[in-house]
Write a protein that binds this ligand. Sequence first.
Ligand SMILES: [Zn+2]
Length: 75
Amino acid sequence: MSELQIAGKGQSNWIVQGTRTVAGPFTSHGNAIAALPGVAARLRPVTVQPCLCCGDHFKSIGKGNRLCLSCKRDA
Ligand SMILES: [Zn+2]
């Protein structure tokens, strides 16, 4: 998977991955930088994991994500 990069200048900035635009436009380079972690999280591969709390299977975005949405809400 390619690294995320910021393309554009002035008031038109996009987050791109290889040749694909994945987010934007942002009105400043700083806004695009601020959005990078969220975009990276959104693009991360999703795996199905059993919830540590109730055992239901849910779509996890990573090792730190081990509670299903309803258990996380009740926590
Ligand atoms: Zn659960």
